[in-house]
Write a protein that binds this ligand. Structure first.
Ligand SMILES: [Zn+2]
Ligand SMILES: [Zn+2]
Length: 247
C-alpha cells in the first residue's frame, strides 16, 4: 500500500561526513558505468542515485540517470526544462518525485522468472507486477494459500506474489470492484489507478490468492480498513464479486 516517495530534504545532502560521501560517490559511479555498458546505452555521462532524486551536476549530454529499478536518458540540456528538473546551487539537480515519475523512464530488464517471484518489498512488487503486465495477458494464477512470513528486523513482512496483483488489476480494467467507479486518476501506464486489497488480510492469515483479492479505488480501500461500516461493505463485496468467497 505504502508507496515510498523521497521527501525534499536538501540538508541531507550535507549530513554525510566527507569520507563516507566520497566512497558512496565512487560506488554510485561504478554502478552507473556497469549499467551503461550492460545496456549498451549511447551516453557520454551516467549518474546513479539510490533514491532517484538528487544527482551530481551533469557534465555532458546525452546522459543517463539511474535509480535501482530503471533509468532515463536526457539527450540535451533542454530536457531538464522539459521534465521540470530543478537545478540547484553547485549545479546539482533534483527530480521532484524521482526519475521513475518522468515520461521516458525505462525499467531495467528483468527475467520473467524473477518477475514471478514473491517479495515483501512493495516497490519491487509493483515493478514485477508492471513487468508481468508488459509481457502480455496473464492467466489466472493459483496464488499462495500460505504466504511466507519474513521475520524482519522491526516487524514481520509477508511475501506477496506479483502475478496475483497483476491478474487482479488486469481483470478490473480500472473499475473499482466495490463502488464500480473508475479509479480516480490515470497512471503512467495510462490506466485508471486502483489498489489491490486482501479481503482477509495477509497478516491475519489470509491467502495471497485471487479469490482473496480485490481491486479497489483508494477511497473504498481506506473504507474497508478504517470505515465504521467496513464489515457491511465487506459483505457487499462478497455479493458483488463472485470470485471472492465469504467466510
Ligand atoms: Zn471504490
Ligand atoms: Zn487493503
Amino acid at each position: 500500500m505504502k508507496k515510498s516517495c523521497a521527501p525534499f530534504h536538501p540538508e541531507h545532502l550535507f549530513s554525510h561526513n566527507g569520507a563516507s560521501m566520497q566512497s558512496h560517490k565512487k560506488e554510485n559511479s561504478g554502478k552507473a558505468k556497469r549499467l551503461v555498458s550492460k545496456l549498451g546505452l549511447n551516453v557520454v555521462r551516467q549518474y546513479y542515485r539510490e533514491t532517484g532524486d538528487w544527482y551530481a551536476p551533469i557534465l555532458g549530454y546525452p546522459c543517463a540517470l539511474f535509480d535501482p529499478y530503471g533509468y532515463i536518458v536526457l539527450s540535451e540540456q533542454a530536457d531538464l526544462d522539459r521534465h521540470k528538473i530543478k537545478v540547484y546551487k553547485g549545479d546539482r539537480i533534483f527530480v521532484d518525485n524521482g526519475i521513475s515519475s518522468l515520461t521516458g523512464y525505462t525499467y531495467l530488464p528483468i527475467s520473467e522468472e524473477r518477475s514471478l517471484q514473491p517479495t515483501s518489498n512493495l516497490i519491487l512488487l509493483d515493478r514485477r507486477v508492471q513487468d508481468l503486465r508488459n509481457r502480455g495477458p496473464i492467466s489466472r494464477p493459483a496464488g499462495n494459500t500460505k504466504p511466507n512470513l519474513v521475520k524482519g528486523a522491526s516487524h514481520p513482512e509477508i511475501q506477496r506474489l506479483p502475478a496475483v496483483k497483476a491478474w487482479i488489476l488486469q481483470e478490473a480494467k480500472g473499475i473499482c470492484e466495490l463502488c464500480r467507479q473508475r479509479g480516480p486518476f490515470l497512471t503512467h501506464q495510462g490506466e485508471s489507478y486502483l489498489e489491490v486489497h486482501h479481503v482477509v488480510q495477509l497478516a491475519g492469515g489470509g491467502p495471497d490468492t485471487v479469490e482473496n483479492s480485490v481491486a479497489l479505488c483508494p477511497n473504498c480501500h481506506r473504507l474497508l480498513h478504517f470505515g465504521v461500516d467496513a464489515d457491511s461493505q465487506r459483505q457487499k463485496l462478497y455479493l458483488a464479486v463472485p470470485r471472492v468467497k465469504g467466510e
